[in-house]
Design a binder for this molecule. Structure first.
Ligand code: SF4
Length: 139
């Protein structure tokens, strides 16, 4: 979930994500791996398997794991130095894919939240995401 979430938020080509999973897991079998990657993880099958992209910000990762406790990034920070990349990339992902996703009833609430944010907050989140997307190798 964590690596797939990150790959989707970073908008990495699903074909590259497939290759990565096939390369790192010794027991990865193509027909199983591709179904999971394209369908469940990367929402790249046109919505056949999943009804919405499986993405999350740091809140969910903090809730479901203890990774944040010892992380270099601050899960509570959305922008600025030390902010968790999952936070700004999360909103950037929704903003970038609005046309495709906003009519999805399982997601529309996220757009209502996004629309209620102050323009400056949204701008800072998008700038932060752009900053991280330009420095993927350094994260
Ligand atoms: S704070 Fe660190 S461990 Fe927690 S979600 Fe962000 S990058 Fe992951």
């Amino acid at each position: 979930m964590v690596t797939g979430n990150f790959a989707l938020l970073a908008m990495i080509n699903p074909a590259e994500v497939d290759l990565w999973y096939l390369g790192i897991y010794i027991d990865a079998i193509e027909w199983v791996e591709i179904t999971n990657t394209r369908g469940m993880s990367q929402f790249a099958d046109g919505g056949i398997v999943g009804t919405k992209p499986y993405v999350s910000s740091a809140n969910y990762l903090k809730k479901m794991s203890n990774y944040c406790d010892s992380c270099h990034y601050d899960h509570k920070k959305k922008t600025g130095k030390g902010s968790c990349p999952f936070n700004s990339l999360y909103w950037n992902f929704y903003d970038q894919h609005r046309k495709t996703l906003e009519k999805n009833p399982r997601i529309s609430m996220m757009y209502r939240t996004w629309d209620k944010m102050a323009p400056e907050t949204k701008e800072n989140l998008l700038k932060q995401a752009e900053y991280y997307l330009g420095r993927m190798e350094e994260l």
